[in-house]
Design a protein around this ligand. Structure first.
Ligand code: HEC
Ligand code: HEC
Length: 304
């Protein structure tokens, strides 16, 4: 496996994306501090322009990490910079806590047929869904839901961002940014994993995923919990997709569960097109001794 993936795996095992000590945020104080942000990100967390990301319901850990990077130079955007340069860590924690209390309203995925691409006979929404749920095994692309969650909530404790309802234009811009080889922060930054993934995606697949995520509904945690209790919990995860139950949208997942979920998901990335799955199997000891579900590598086995 590449050095980058190895470092990434080691980070997940060490406890997910969150490596920094964020101050505890106060959402009420944050509501006032977030007013300057709201012109672009929306008073209710839904941004009015498709190039600007909605932040409603985004995990506070993720918003904190990104905003600190905008302030300190790990992520660069000319529009953002003047608004964040003067913020303290505490300001950012408060603002992040505020946005986490809001909700992003899902849009509608483009279900029109993809035309003019040889070998593709599908709509954008269907193609996007297939990749989001099952990856592209032949190209070594893992299922997006392994880290961003079946309903697009992300895995807050592990710092994986929510993507449900996010503007397609913004999603495509991010995926193209990663596809071009760029990432945030230094060479060990968590976002480097998306470079590996996005570089294996074709342009039409990026467009399909971008619009699918805009239409993806992030059920609120309480509703998910009720659903899970009412049905069999595993019913929330499509049968074709072998996911650790910890990946299902369970509310208030603690950091340890989230790290487990990430660790279970991570070896999938290592499924290089020509690789046997063995390496992935041994790369990460399966800590989930209660796992009764099929090996998660099977779903992405390129089928040698
Ligand atoms: C003038 C418009 C504007 C204002 C005001 C603004 N932002 Fe942004 N923000 C953007 C744009 C544009 C992006 C996308 C940047 C990129 O493409 O990397 C962004 C991205 C972000 C992201 C990353 C979201 C993600 O999903 O990765 C965070 C977090 C964020 N802004 C927080 C803030 C905070 C906090 C404030 C207020 C202190 C703020 N922004 C004010 C325009 C703005
Ligand atoms: C192994 C975990 C993992 C998998 C699998 C994964 N992602 Fe990501 N994704 C991440 C991480 C980590 C980040 C960046 C987090 C950060 O910068 O703090 C990210 C960021 C993103 C972003 C930017 C979000 C934002 O608000 O700016 C998008 C869009 C995205 N991923 C889409 C996808 C798609 C589409 C797939 C499937 C083809 C996918 N991801 C698969 C871990 C993953």
């Amino acid at each position: 496996m590449s050095k980058r993936l190895f470092v990434w795996l080691a980070m997940i095992v060490a406890g997910g994306v969150q490596a920094m000590d964020a101050p505890v945020g106060d959402a009420q104080v944050g509501a006032n501090k977030a007013i300057p942000c709201s012109g672009c990100h929306g008073m209710d967390g839904n941004s009015p322009a498709p190039e600007w990301p909605s932040l409603g319901g985004q995990s506070a850990d993720y918003v904190y990490r990104q905003t600190v990077m905008f302030r300190d130079g790990g992520r660069v955007n000319a529009l953002m910079e003047p608004f964040v340069v003067g913020l303290s860590d505490q300001d950012i924690a408060d603002i992040s806590a505020h946005f986490a209390t809001l909700t992003t309203t899902p849009g509608v995925a483009d279900d029109s047929p993809i035309q003019g691409i040889a070998g593709v006979d599908d709509t954008y929404a269907n193609l996007g869904q297939a990749i989001y749920r099952g990856g592209v095994p032949a190209a070594g692309v893992p299922a997006c839901q392994a880290c961003h969650g079946p309903s697009g909530r992300g895995i807050p404790g592990a710092g994986y961002p929510a993507v449900a309802g996010q503007h397609a234009v913004y999603n495509a811009a991010r995926l193209n940014f990663f596809h071009s080889g760029q990432h945030y922060g230094n060479d060990n930054d968590p976002s480097t994993i998306m470079v590996t993934i996005a570089q294996r995606l074709q342009p039409v697949q990026i467009d399909a995923l971008a619009t699918y995520m805009e239409g993806l509904h992030r059920a609120d945690p309480a509703a998910q919990a009720e659903l899970a209790a009412a049905r069999n919990e595993s019913a929330l995860v499509p049968a074709t997709q072998a996911l650790d139950p910890a990946d299902a949208p369970v509310p208030d997942m603690d950091a340890e569960d989230a790290a487990d979920a990430g660790a279970d998901a991570a070896p999938e990335i290592d499924a290089e097109p020509a690789d046997e799955a063995d390496e992935a199997d041994t790369a990460q000891p399966d800590e989930d001794t209660t796992a009764a579900e099929p090996d998660s590598d099977d779903s992405n086995d390129p089928g040698t």
